[in-house]
Design a protein around this ligand. Structure first.
Ligand code: SAH
Ligand code: F3S
Length: 483
């Protein structure tokens, strides 16, 4: 692709590099909500549309086409998108030629209902249909609404080189699997993103090499359930049983993919997210130990500490099995960080179940986490078979207790780094001071320190002199040996 790198003037302080294609005249405003996968998908969409004459703009008022990549994971996420549509509506009154499209999980969940409910929407495109955008846009240009929400068995967008959006030029997402086969009873993702399939390792390595050559220093391999990665020549994970003996013998699993990435670019930092406890195998943990450039952080959502609730959620492991996994991680990777996702107030959750969650947290002592109250999602097993019976105020109180305990644990964990030296990749200016850099350690802990002569993309050693519950504060003592 004939991409020219330009720095967006308004964002220069933030060092945002925007890739634009020469000769493109139409303007695309694209924004993303929800998980990292949505942000990554938007980069694929921007790439497809750059071939259709669109360059991105940061300015909504300028746009010929506005796309919003949406999230359905909780009701609140959907409400946020509805509010944005109101904003677009106001802009469209001034610029009636502007077209509005909805992408992602809400598009897939609501389908034609979107066109009926939101008059402003011209275009609805589900997560597997982005390659159809040129055809859909042609319809929209002729004045008709257009929709494609067909889910795919093969689509991984492995052949599309993403246009990096709002990038710091240092860290990037690389998508490796799409969809999810797990059917956790609370979760809408299997319905909106379809069945699980993995991307060709060669195209993944190609993207990693390309990113390194463009100056990127860290990638995050993305999937709903990365440990379940399995390449056997294409197709759905569930069809692997039908694979030939040859395909089975040459299949690539996640630990092997990690090794391929770590070896392809020995100085590139490799992260991955998300790990599902039932699929995180010992060989992945051992592979993390084997390569310095694989970051020592595991995001390991548990959702609940109660065996009864885990079962009702269709999480396919027990509390005891989770502890065993945690013990293995701590043994094989003593310097690693572990983070969680937790849900408070799943249907039928009792005070005892909630206490089980708190005691699980005490056992693990997570470095950080993402915590939510249960939000009933239409069409999920929990919505169909269970009553959303924990009162909102009880959900909120339990969540507050979980958040408070996490804060205490985060503080214990960050304090343990005081007076040690950590290796930090500089990503951006600190939000609090333009005289400080902000970056992350291998363990995914944020560190800030005076800029001195260092620059974005440098890997530096930082002596930790102070901390808050989530952030390390220190001073650089020099470049890392791996810089
Ligand atoms: N694939 C990931 C998580 C996907 S969704 C995994 O393996 O767990 C991200 C997080 O959102 C989940 O881990 C869960 O904690 C939360 N979440 C999902 N559905 C939810 C719901 N209905 N209500 C509240 N939180 C939810
Ligand atoms: Fe959702 Fe469970 Fe998959 S949380 S994304 S169904 S692993």
């Amino acid at each position: 692709m004939n991409m020219e790198k330009t720095i967006d003037e308004s964002k220069q302080g933030e060092h945002l590099v925007i890739e634009q294609k020469e000769g493109n005249t139409r303007k695309l405003f694209i924004e993303s909500y929800g998980c990292a996968m949505n942000f990554s998908d938007s980069e694929i969409v921007a790439s497809i549309l750059s071939e259709q004459g669109f360059n991105t703009t940061q300015n909504l008022e300028d746009a010929d086409l506005v796309l919003v990549n949406t999230c359905s994971i909780r009701d609140k996420a959907e409400q946020t998108v509805r509010k944005r549509l109101e904003k677009y509506n106001a802009v469209k009154r001034i610029n009636p030629k502007m077209k509005v499209g909805v992408l992602g999980c809400m598009a897939e969940r609501l389908k034609t209902k979107f066109l009926e409910e939101e008059k402003i929407v011209d275009l609805v495109v589900g997560p597997d249909a982005y390659k159809d955008l040129p055809n859909l846009l042609a319809e929209v240009d002729e004045g008709r609404d257009a929709i494609n929400v067909i889910l795919s068995k093969e689509e991984t967008y492995g052949d599309i080189a993403p246009v990096r959006l709002n990038t710091n030029g240092v860290t990037a997402f690389v998508s490796i699997t799409r969809g999810c086969d797990n059917m956790c009873t609370f979760c809408v993702v299997p319905f909106t993103r379809g069945r699980e399939r993995s991307r060709d390792p060669q195209s993944i390595i190609g993207e990693v090499n390309d990113l390194w050559n463009k100056g990127y220093k860290e990638i995050t391999l993305l999937g709903q359930n990365v440990d379940s990665y399995l390449w056997y020549g294409g197709g759905l994970k569930k069809d692997f049983i039908k694979a030939t003996e040859m395909q089975k013998a040459t299949a690539v699993h996640f630990a092997q993919l990690l090794e391929l990435c770590a070896k392809a670019q020995p100085k590139m930092r490799i992260r991955f997210s998300t790990s599902n406890p039932q699929d995180l195998t010992l060989d992945v943990i051992e592979m993390m130990a084997k390569y310095d450039n694989i970051c020592k952080h595991i995001h390991l959502p548990v959702q609940s500490g109660s065996n009864r609730i885990l079962k009702a959620m269709n999480r396919l492991h027990t509390r005891e099995e989770y502890f065993e996994l945690i013990d293995n991680i701590k043994r094989i990777l003593p310097n690693s960080a572990i983070s969680q996702d937790l849900i408070a107030g799943f249907p039928t959750e009792t005070e005892q179940d909630h206490q089980d969650t708190l005691s699980l947290m005490e056992y693990v002592k997570y470095n950080f986490g993402y915590m939510f109250t249960y939000s009933e999602r239409p069409g999920t097993m929990a919505e169909r078979k269970m009553e959303d019976d924990v009162p909102e105020d009880v959900k909120k109180r339990r969540l507050a207790e979980i958040v408070q305990l996490q804060r205490e644990h985060s503080e214990i964990k960050t304090k343990a780094y005081l007076n040690t030296t950590v290796e930090v990749l500089i990503e951006r200016e600190s939000k609090k001071s333009n005289e400080q850099w902000s970056g992350r350690t291998s363990q995914n802990i944020v560190a800030v320190f005076p800029k001195e002569h260092y620059k974005i993309g440098d890997l530096v050693n930082v002596k930790v002199t102070d901390c808050t519950s989530a952030t390390l504060i220190g001073e650089a003592t020099g470049y890392s040996k791996d810089n």
